[in-house]
Design a protein around this ligand. Structure first.
Ligand code: NAP
Length: 271
């Protein structure tokens, strides 16, 4: 497929304000032309970026968007797992907006272990998504915020053979998932979450978790925010099975957005 790239925001003009009334209208009603949000001056980025994502949400079928913030040299954290704050404020606000659109936000066990994130919506208007933690071996001890703060429904996905007798981990419900060829099967995860009414999924990291969804063909879109930083070592962003011929590389349709000093490239694999 031929790559088609659009540059949707000229340098230095992006202003993503957390309590922007246009954002709240977009969340409530959807994209322009699909629900009647007025198109106001200065809000083109907001509508261009989130309008199609909100539209997918209204379709009601499962839709999965991954996101990673990485350095110029393709790292998402230092070797010992420090990732705060690789990208800038605009990308942080963007992740909160993605959480607000999503039914569920998914992260891998290592992200919970290193970051102890809340995974709630705090920088913009919107409801907290259900938090989903992928911990097949049940190595997290339940002391982290997502298991104790009670701020949003939380699901802990574990390998079916590690389910044991304990149906809860702190305040989180433990759900068994069958193992696939490479860990928990992303399509089984999508299916199990859809049965609970969780259709629009935001896979927020880390690199291993997003890579497994991508390798399985279970991502509909992937957003990579590139920060102008060189780390030179550390945890990798995407890692996929080796290919020997560039003809086998993925060449999705892309859109580019400038988020402050960072550039976000959004890849669309499926519409
Ligand atoms: N820059 C960013 O955008 C960003 C975002 C999030 C996190 N981070 C940083 O990235 C680091 C963590 O990322 P990471 O890539 O090392 O790990 P990760 O993706 O957070 O977690 C990976 C672990 O989660 C489990 N897992 C995830 N998907 C699975 C699947 N499909 N099947 C089975 N198990 C699955 C596995 O646990 P087991 O090993 O127990 O099998 C796997 O090792 C942290 O340092 C964090 O600070 C950065």
């Amino acid at each position: 497929m031929t790559a088609a790239t659009e540059l949707l925001s000229p340098p230095g003009t992006v202003a993503l304000h957390g309590e922007d009334p246009a954002w709240q209208a977009l969340l409530r009603q959807g994209a322009p032309g699909e629900g009647g949000v007025p198109f106001l001056d200065g809000e083109s980025l907001l509508h261009a970026l989130y309008g199609p994502l909100c539209a997918m949400r209204r379709r009601g079928s499962t839709y999965v968007v991954g996101h990673l913030a990485q350095s110029l040299d393709g790292r998402i954290a230092t070797t010992c797992g420090v990732s705060r704050w690789l990208s800038g404020d605009e990308d942080l606000l963007h992740t909160h907006r993605m959480r607000a659109i999503a039914d569920a936000v998914l992260v891998g066990a290592s992200t919970v272990q290193h970051d102890d994130p809340q995974l709630t919506v705090r920088l913009c208007a919107g409801e907290h998504p259900t938090r989903v933690i992928l911990d097949p071996e049940r190595r997290l001890d339940g002391s982290q915020k997502v298991f104790t703060d009670g701020k949003a429904p939380t699901l802990l996905l574990v390998a079916a053979d590690r389910m044991g007798r304990e149906p809860r981990c702190g305040q989180a419900e433990v759900i068994p998932i069958s193992r696939g060829e490479h860990g928990l099967d992303p399509f089984e995860i999508r299916r199990v979450l859809a049965l609970r009414g969780l259709h629009w999924l935001f896979v927020e990291g880390g690199g291993i978790t997003v890579s497994r969804f991508l390798a399985a063909g279970a991502l509909d879109r992937l957003q990579i925010t590139v920060a102008p930083v060189i780390i030179g070592s550390g945890r990798p962003s995407l890692v996929l099975p080796e290919i020997h011929d560039l003809a086998h590389s993925l060449r999705p349709r892309t859109r580019r957005f400038l988020l402050g000093d960072d550039t976000m490239i959004e890849c669309a694999f499926h519409e």
